[in-house]
Design a protein around this ligand. Structure first.
Ligand code: DGT
Ligand code: CA
Ligand code: CA
Ligand code: ZN
Length: 591
């Protein structure tokens, strides 16, 4: 078991004990142990080997033994029996935001509620609001949480799905019977969330491929196993579909199962216009001939004349008189028309980034120091890194007041002069937008910074008009460089604030303010559907990891995917620019 998994189990034990109303000291022992283990740098195996586990502050003798058992066997009798002694519905209730062990205990103990259905009924009857420590507001929040869980519960974050998909793809490609293998579906199109995973394999011997696939250790349940298609469900609930086709169908199957459905419909229309029927199997001539007599296939030099010769998606698009449409763009949002006239943009690529601007350090709620962040930027070969810790209104994140920020600015300037890192650090801040739209910090300090990110972290429930005005007021502030996480959404967990995105885009354009593409895989905010409109109005993008830890810089991978999905080119993204151009831009912003 990995450290992360062990920490998860210790935390779950603490919650289970809380639900059972056990001694608070015992609960705290597991909470503290989990936190202590999480924060030590060493690997669990090394700690055990060198006999240092029980020497960690917060990990006693008894807990150390349990950690060893978990590490070595992957399970713990004590945990299993504890879990079995609590109605399973209570554990599910813990997944609702705002419900921890104590609250679940109160709901269970006072109302006898043991499932989500019963909880819904209790909320609707107003019984939860009457419990001590709850009230009508938290009752409404619980109901919202239940609703969101139903709506979102069936989907998975792209970032997590990709982690799962990579080794499966590697495994498939490693099989001797497999000629080609690709993932398809929403994962390949880089949707922010995915329903299930889809893999397409070219092989003349499907049987051993299916056997390998359905026999993997991570398979929880085989829901279908056929000659050309199998489906399995993982323990996490994620479903995985595999289709095996002969290699002459591979390009068609890959295109079809990459989707989207809407893109496929338009592609079929286009094929019919040229006298062909397009399906997952191939292209066949239709008897009645081309619907659009002007259209001739193929129109490009070097294109295959015979559809039976098509082996790649490139050739398929070519045959239909189109340039290649990258999977991210296949949403039937204008890509077909653009590809007909060679009008697709040259999309940004992962290697194009040279830095990032929204990053936290231990000065506020980050867990890496400034030096560690700079080192991580160096490791990525970046030319610059912006430090943007929270401001004082975000007190729960230990936000900086004017005095601490001024000190940090000095530290950053000194760090740059010290030559400790190759990456140049920019001094910034993630300044709270107060509920009335004023900024949280005095202009006299904001003026000294290289740049200012402005974000909303409070009063999420304001009406569209109020929150939009609030944000526009912040955008109009002369010190504002860019807007952070535009809607504050947390994917699969909570909706954003009700901000009118189109009006904010107009205000950003009018004031020369950048809009962030927050690359945290849970945010991916501003949404990809708005970027074409924004850059069309001249708004610049900045792909920001919102890193709270050095490893989070890699979130920009998700950001670049989403930027591609938003049709962005490298030039439209500030942090692809070389250092001197960025310096010139920031200096020209009038500070
Ligand atoms: P997901 O899994 O909900 O995140 O979204 P997708 O796009 O991966 O959808 P999925 O897994 O149901 O199917 C994969 C692709 O297969 C889909 O994007 C397009 C294609 N496809 C599936 N069913 C149909 C259909 O009924 N009509 C058309 N035209 N295409 C389909
Ligand atoms: Ca899918
Ligand atoms: Ca599927
Ligand atoms: Zn923030």
């Amino acid at each position: 078991m990995t450290k992360k998994e062990i920490v998860g189990i210790l935390e779950e034990i603490a919650v289970l004990l809380e639900i059972k109303g056990e001694n608070p000291f015992k609960v705290r022992a597991y909470q503290n142990g989990a936190r202590a283990l999480e924060t030590v740098e060493d690997k669990v195996a090394d700690l055990i080997e060198s006999d240092r586990l029980d020497k960690i502050r917060g990990v006693g003798d008894a807990l150390a033994k349990k950690i060893v058992t978990l590490h070595e066997t992957g399970s713990l009798e004590y945990h299993d029996s504890l879990k079995a002694s609590v109605p399973p519905g209570l554990l599910e209730m813990l997944e609702i935001p705002g419900l921890g062990g104590k609250k679940v205990k109160a709901i269970y103990g006072k109302l006898g509620v043991t499932s989500i259905e019963e909880l819904t009924a209790a909320c609707e009857a107003g019984k939860v609001a009457d419990l001590p420590g709850f009230g009508p507001k938290s009752q409404t929040r619980i109901l919202e949480g239940i609703h969101n869980r139903e709506v979102y519960g069936k989907r998975h974050l792209w970032w997590h799905a990709r982690e799962v998909a990579e080794p499966i793809l590697e495994g498939l490609r490693g099989l001797p019977e497999v000629e080609r293998a690709e993932h398809a579906g929403s994962l390949r199109r880089s949707r922010e969330t995915v329903g299930d995973l889809d893999f397409i394999v070219a092989s003349d011997e499907p049987q051993p491929v299916m056997d390998w696939f359905t026999g993997q250790g991570w398979v929880g349940e085989v829901t279908a196993k056929g000659e050309t298609k199998s489906s399995v469900r993982m323990e996490s609930g994620l479903q995985v579909d595999l289709r095996v086709v002969p290699s002459n169908q591979f390009a068609f199957a890959l295109h079809h199962f990459t989707g989207s459905k809407e893109h496929n419909v338009s592609m079929r229309q286009r094929a019919l216009g040229r006298g062909y029927s397009l399906s997952e199997w191939g292209l066949t001539e239709v008897e009645e001939g081309p619907r659009d007599p002007e259209a001739v296939s193929p129109i490009r030099e070097g294109s295959p004349c015979d559809p039976a010769e098509i082996r790649t998606e490139e050739a398929l698009f070519d045959f239909l008189g189109m340039e290649y449409v990258p999977p991210e763009l296949r949403e039937d949002m204008g890509e077909i028309e653009s590809a007909e006239s060679d009008g697709l943009p040259e999309l940004i690529r992962p290697g194009d980034l040279r830095g990032a601007f929204h990053n936290h350090t231990t000065a506020s709620d980050g867990s890496s120091t400034m030096a560690e962040m700079a080192e991580a930027a160096d490791a990525l070969g970046w030319e610059y890194l912006g430090i943007a810790d929270h401001s004082k209104a975000s007190f729960q994140a230990n936000g900086l007041d004017e005095a601490r920020l001024e000190k940090q600015i000095t530290t950053i300037r000194e760090f740059n002069e010290s030559g400790q890192a190759n990456a140049r650090l920019f001094a910034g801040v993630e300044c709270d937008i107060l509920p009335d739209g004023r900024l949280d910090l005095a202009e006299s300090v904001l003026e000294q910074l290289d740049y200012v990110v402005v974000s909303i972290h409070s009063s999420f429930t304001q009406s569209t008009d109020v929150v939009t005005q609030r944000m526009i007021r912040a955008i109009e502030h002369p010190c504002t460089t860019m807007v952070g996480h535009l809607t504050g959404r947390i994917l699969l967990q909570r909706e954003g604030y009700a901000v009118d995105v189109l009006r904010v885009i107009d205000a950003a354009a009018a004031n020369g303010v950048i809009i962030e593409l927050n690359a945290n895989p849970y945010r991916l905010d501003m949404d990809w559907r708005y970027w074409r409109r924004a850059v069309g109005k001249g708004v610049l993008c900045s792909i920001n990891p919102d890193a709270h830890e050095a490893v989070h810089l890699s979130f920009v991978d998700a950001g670049v995917r989403i930027a591609r999905k938003g049709w962005l080119t490298a030039g439209q993204v500030l942090n692809t620019w070389p250092l001197d151009r960025v310096e010139g831009y920031l200096a020209g912003r009038g500070r």
